[in-house]
Design a protein. Structure first.
Ligand code: SF4
Length: 80
């Protein structure tokens, strides 16, 4: 499987908790109630985590699909 990056525009999170509900392995709500992508680092205006395991990619794609404000993106690592 090609490595992917998970991008999270955390500042636009509305704290609905959907990502953490479908993917508790990767997503949790922080002390302020905002979603946090576990193990991610801050990069510019977003948070980023690189993954390559197929199941991990599927799980984060699912989190992306359920996010009502579309701020979770799973992309190729060299994609803008
Ligand atoms: S699904 Fe989207 S809006 Fe809801 S908590 Fe997760 S990142 Fe925030």
């Amino acid at each position: 499987m090609t490595p992917k990056k998970v991008i999270h525009l955390k500042k636009d999170c509305i704290s609905c908790g959907a990502c953490a509900a479908v993917s508790p392995k990767f997503w949790e709500l922080d002390a302020e109630g905002m979603a946090q992508l576990k193990g991610a680092h801050e990069e510019g205006d977003h948070w980023r985590l690189d993954i390559e395991n197929e199941k991990d990619i599927e799980e984060n794609q699912e989190a992306s699909d359920v996010c009502p404000v579309n701020i979770i993106h799973v992309k190729d690592v060299d994609e803008e």
